[in-house]
Design a protein. Sequence first.
Length: 92
Amino acid sequence: MYTYYVLRGLQKDQPVELDGEVDAAAFPNVDLGNGPDVITHLVQKLQDEGEVGEWEECDLNDDFFNREDNYINFNGRWMRRSDAPWRKDRNN
C-alpha cells in the first residue's frame, strides 16, 4: 500500500513538484496498492481543486515493503518507468 507521493510536472510552463500523504480518507474507493489508480485519482483531485498542470512523473512510496516506485505519464496513461516502451517506433 502506497503511503506518500511526489508528483512532478509543469504549471504555467514552470517546473513544479507536489508531495503529500496517501491515505484512505483522501483516496476513498481507490486501491492504495495500485499505482496508476492512485495517481489518476490524485491528478483528478488536483484538477478539481484548481491545480491544473501537465503531470509527467510521480514517485510513490510503500513503507511496508520499503520501496519507491517511479511512474511516468506515457501517451496519456500512467505506467512504471521500468515498463515503458522506449522504442520510438512502438506506441504501446
